[in-house]
Design a protein around this ligand. Structure first.
Ligand code: HEC
Length: 124
């Protein structure tokens, strides 16, 4: 009985670590790109990873003058600089890797943002 309990504990808690890695959380093919939208998908990513430096107020202080919030500012930036936006988040050569000083976005987040931009970045 005691060893069964240990076994159960191992199964329940031991495997928890398995899910700590982004690749495990979002294995290829398990990334939701069917329902990508501004409010549900892209905005939360930017809020978590970009707006500390690129919101309307912080942009001039820590975001090199690039305001990516509110949506209208992001839209004007993308209208003229969508290549730089994608280059920065994909860590493409010739672009400043974003988020600055933080880990790269997950493959799934990159796929979702790519798709949203390719679809004309609607405010949906
Ligand atoms: C810690 C502050 C900080 C965070 C967080 C941050 N940025 Fe930046 N970003 C900057 C600064 C500063 C620059 C100016 C270039 C440089 O210093 O590397 C910049 C430049 C950029 C550029 C222009 C890059 C180029 O090469 O032309 C884009 C696009 C951009 N950021 C988008 C983002 C996005 C999208 C995120 C979130 C995924 C993000 N940034 C997160 C501070 C930040």
């Amino acid at each position: 009985m005691k060893s069964l309990g240990l076994l159960l504990a191992f199964i329940l808690f031991g495997t928890g670590c398995y899910y700590d890695k982004a690749e495990e959380l979002y294995p290829p093919g398990d990334c939701d790109t069917a329902t990508v939208g501004w409010s549900a998908t892209v905005k939360p990513i930017l809020q978590n990873r970009c707006y500390a430096c690129h919101n309307a107020a912080s942009a001039n202080v820590s975001g090199a003058g690039i305001a990516l919030e509110p949506y209208s500012n992001l839209q004007s930036f993308l209208n003229s600089n969508s290549q730089a936006f994608l280059g920065a988040i994909q860590h493409g050569s010739g672009y400043s890797p974003m988020p600055k000083g933080g880990g790269k976005l997950s493959d799934c987040e990159l796929l979702q943002i790519n798709q949203w931009i390719a679809g004309g970045y609607p405010e949906n």
